[in-house]
Design a protein around this ligand. Structure first.
Ligand SMILES: C[S@@+](CC[C@H](N)C(=O)[O-])C[C@H]1O[C@@H](n2cnc3c(N)ncnc32)[C@H](O)[C@@H]1O
Length: 402
């Protein structure tokens, strides 16, 4: 019998160096240990924060990790993950109340598909396994995505290989659902005919197979500020509309009255396009096709200030202090690896305000330390939970030069 001390970054219980699946701090548990992990613990004394999971798939499905904990616990734990990462770097910060996306609001997700002897199965991976589990009553995904599962299964039944798994990135747009598939059979003439036929029957808005667009009725698009953007197939978008709005609100507030903004790791313009209502923007991003979508959205919009785009690898060629000095504010939203090289240049730049958006508290805290050591003040942190019930933590923060 052991007592759970804390959760690790995968939201698993930790007790005496052993990880315990789906256990909460303070709970006493027992169970067979295998390789330092108890996969099927018996909960002897449950935490007052333990709740009945609000999804019938939770027992088998690995898509969620924290449905057995109360909303209040998850909110506090996610704030604590960021607080703790910053404390390890010697930084304290003021935290705003967490903003959590509602259930059934994930508009973008990656599902797994397997071809079976007859038909196919599409869902999330089962817990700690590479088998696929069905999720017809998923509480996470936008109902428009759930409604597409029969279409996805029909596509995988035709295009899935016997051994491998098809990775299906699905995104709900106003025009319908986009499916970007990879890992299936290589395209041949039969698939080039058959796959779009299936997608058409089920009303898929756009189908891409290994990056090749096979069907597109009308380019799927979504609003970004005053612009309408049609991202390339499978492109990064914030996972929920609520999460995007929450991050944007924090970024707008951080940037304030700035008249000239650099948006680094700009994607398709989630922040650049709304900010261009008040400021001229330089949008820098590694993926040229995402910037092309941003640029087209800007050109077709009215009333926005100028946005200039630059395709650039910001890990290898970060913007240098003399390039940054022209801006009143910088927005930076790197991938999970963070932005070590770019942050070092920012620290030397003298830019008065930095709006930092991050999907990894550990690399965020590392980069925050670089800024704080150079004289920046971390004014506030806004944790945004758009990956509800997962171990994922996202945040926006404002740094100002003291
Ligand atoms: C977390 S996303 C943010 C995108 C955008 N800010 C948004 O909110 O939609 C990170 C972005 O960084 C881009 N990226 C990844 N590595 C990069 C690199 N080395 N240089 C420049 N951009 C990179 C990705 O293509 C992606 O668009």
């Amino acid at each position: 019998m052991i007592t759970i001390e804390r959760l690790n970054l995968r939201a698993e219980g930790v007790a005496q160096g052993v990880t315990v699946a789906r256990a909460l701090p303070g709970e006493t548990v027992e169970g067979a240990e295998d390789g330092g992990r108890i996969a099927q613990p018996r909960i002897l004394e449950p935490s007052p924060q333990r709740v009945a999971a609000p999804c019938r798939h939770y027992k088998a499905c690995g898509g969620c990790a924290l449905m057995h904990a109360s909303d209040a616990f998850v909110a506090e734990w996610k704030q604590d993950v960021v607080r703790h990462a910053l404390a390890l770097q010697g930084i304290e910060a003021a935290f705003r109340p967490i903003l959590t996306s509602p259930p059934r609001s994930r508009r973008r997700a990656t599902l797994a598909g397997r071809r079976l002897k007859s038909g196919a199965l599409v869902g999330f991976h089962a817990r700690a396994s590479d088998t696929v589990t069905a999720i017809p009553d998923c509480q996470l995904l936008d109902p428009a995505l759930i409604a597409m599962i029969p279409a996805l299964e029909a596509l995988v039944a035709l295009g899935g290989s016997r051994k491998g798994e098809v990775k299906l990135t699905v995104t709900a747009f106003d025009q319908g659902v986009e499916v970007a598939a990879s890992g299936g059979k290589p395209l041949d003439n039969a698939l080039r005919m058959g796959l779009p036929q299936i997608a058409g029957q089920y009303g898929v808005a756009r189908l891409a197979w290994d990056g090749e667009v096979l069907l597109q009725s009308e380019p799927p698009s979504l609003p970004m500020g005053a612009a309408k953007v049609s991202p390339p197939p499978g492109a990064f978008l914030q996972a929920t509309a609520h999460g995007e709005a929450s991050l944007l609100q924090a970024v707008r507030e951080a940037v304030g009255e700035a008249r000239s903004v650099a948006d680094l790791f700009a994607g398709c313009g989630t922040f650049s396009l709304p900010l261009a209502e008040n400021a001229e923007v330089l949008a820098v991003e590694g993926a040229a096709e995402m910037l092309a979508a941003l640029d087209l959205g800007w050109r077709n919009a009215t009333g926005l200030k100028r946005i200039t785009t630059e395709t650039r690898d910001l890990f290898r060629r970060p913007l240098l202090p003399d390039e940054l000095a022209a801006f009143d504010a910088v927005v930076i939203d790197p991938p999970r690896a963070g932005a070590e090289a770019q942050t070092a240049e920012l620290a030397a730049s003298g830019v008065p305000v930095i709006a930092f958006v991050s999907c990894n508290p550990v690399t965020f805290a590392r980069d925050a330390k670089t800024l704080v050591s150079a004289g920046y003040l971390l004014d506030w942190v806004q944790v945004v939970d758009q990956f509800r019930w997962s171990a994922h933590v996202e945040l926006a923060a404002r740094f100002t030069l003291t």
